[in-house]
Design a protein around this ligand. Structure first.
Ligand code: TRH
Length: 396
């Protein structure tokens, strides 16, 4: 199959993160020949070192990366077009599809609209539906999801075994963490029993409350945070706390997996890192991408009904997604934790702390392993997409 994947970077890294992972999954896992059209190559280069941010065309990992500029190259459509998150492929490309349809000599490509990941029940009735456009072209709606009535989640074959082997080897984890630039003193903190927590969040996250909850907990913590994330975090750390904060660089996706695999607890955000944290089979706290009118909180609740973590963990996740009322710089103000006038901070600290206590913590660890196993038992999104397209091809 020759497939074109179109990716428009809305913001952050998830649009390109999902598309890049999908491109490699279909090329390496299903032998598809992939052209990946990306408008913002700088975001791409941030998560994939080696991508040249100003190249019109480049091959990377066997994928033909096309810079989707306002005047993109006029290329002949292949067998499949994957439009990620309703990003509207270039009009010239759509015109070429129409030409193919009206020529009658060849079938137009199978046109897939890849939707955002959601746990909401309604997506099951829309997954796989087609819609015919006025120009005669048909588009199919493909919903990633957590149930058999959806397209599933991207997961490479062999991932569990790779993860289990890595998580079983302290030496391999130490080598990896040193490779991120962590020094002896930080690693010593980890060696002496500190829990390792990774933090990948949006600016609204109540990070001061997290640091306070970790400080109050009896177990020391090593908090690993990618550069640029929660920039004021270090200022929220009270002197002498048994919480250490270490910055790590943005790393390619396979290394981001390893970071999640090292951690005892992962704070993730958006879409792709949520799925990767699920595959780490470790407790996770998800900060959903904030949307207007709190629409995102409905999506969060839908996901919580499918996440089998104990009530304390669910309460912590809700608290993490309920940004504190803006009461004058509680975010990042070193003394804020003691002086926060509103109950929001104390409530958030209590919710985060309660999830770390026994038996909630042990139950959460078990639930994370069970959830990974349950989700891994299903066909992944790459397999279901390949099957979906093969079926449509056979019908033509
Ligand atoms: O960056 P995000 O917030 O992206 C979001 C979501 O995709 C959301 O659905 C979308 O609506 C919004 O953008 C516009 O979070 P996400 O989805 O986790 O994507 C981050 C990507 O970056 C993911 O593929 C993991 C990758 N990554 C690395 O490869 N290396 C790193 O070091 C880090 C921190 C992230």
């Amino acid at each position: 199959m020759q497939a074109d994947i179109f990716c428009r970077v809305v913001d952050n890294y998830g649009d390109i993160g999902v598309c890049w992972r999908l491109a490699r999954r279909m090329a390496q896992g299903h032998g598809w020949s992939i052209r990946l059209w990306v408008d913002d190559l700088r975001a791409f280069a941030r998560i994939q070192p080696g991508i040249t941010a100003d190249a019109a065309r480049q091959m990377f990992d066997g994928i033909d990366v096309v810079h989707w500029t306002p005047e993109p190259p006029g290329l002949e459509p292949g067998d499949v077009v994957i439009e990620a998150f309703a990003c509207d492929p270039p009009s010239a490309f759509v015109h070429a599809m129409q030409q193919r349809l009206h020529s009658g000599q060849a079938q137009p490509p199978i046109w897939i609209n890849l939707e955002y990941l959601s746990a909401e029940p309604w997506i099951e009735s829309c997954h796989g539906l087609s819609s015919q456009r006025p120009d005669g072209l048909t588009k199919y709606f493909f919903f990633p999801g957590f149930t058999p009535a959806t397209g599933g989640l991207l997961r490479e074959p062999g991932l569990s075994a790779e993860r289990d082997s890595f998580q079983a080897s302290h030496d391999e984890q130490e080598r990896f963490l040193r490779g991120l630039g962590l020094g002896d003193d930080v690693l010593k903190h980890w060696h002496t029993g500190a829990r390792l927590v990774s933090l990948f969040c949006y600016p609204e996250a109540p990070v001061a409350a997290l640091v306070k909850a970790l400080t109050d907990d009896t177990r020391p913590t090593l908090l690993l945070v990618p550069e640029g994330v929660a920039p004021s975090l270090e200022q929220t750390l009270a002197a002498g706390a048994h919480v250490r904060i270490a910055r790590v660089p943005f790393v390619p996706q396979p290394d981001f997996d390893r970071l999640l695999w090292c951690a005892d607890l992962n704070f993730v955000r958006g879409e792709d890192s949520l799925v990767r944290a699920a595959w780490a089979a470790r407790p996770l706290v998800w900060q959903i991408y904030p949307q207007d009118e709190n629409v995102h909180l409905e999506k969060l609740e839908a996901w919580l009904t499918r996440y089998p973590a104990p009530a304390e963990a669910q309460a912590a996740i809700r608290a993490w997604n309920a940004p504190l009322p803006d009461d004058g710089g509680v975010h990042g103000d070193p003394g804020a934790v003691a002086q926060a006038p509103d109950m929001g901070l104390a409530t958030t600290v209590a919710a985060l702390g309660a999830a770390l206590l026994s038996p909630a913590w042990a139950n959460w660890q078990d639930a994370a392993r069970d959830w990974d196993a349950a989700q891994a038992a299903r066909p992944d999104l790459g397999d279901s997409l390949a099957e979906f397209c093969a079926k449509l091809s056979r019908k033509r």
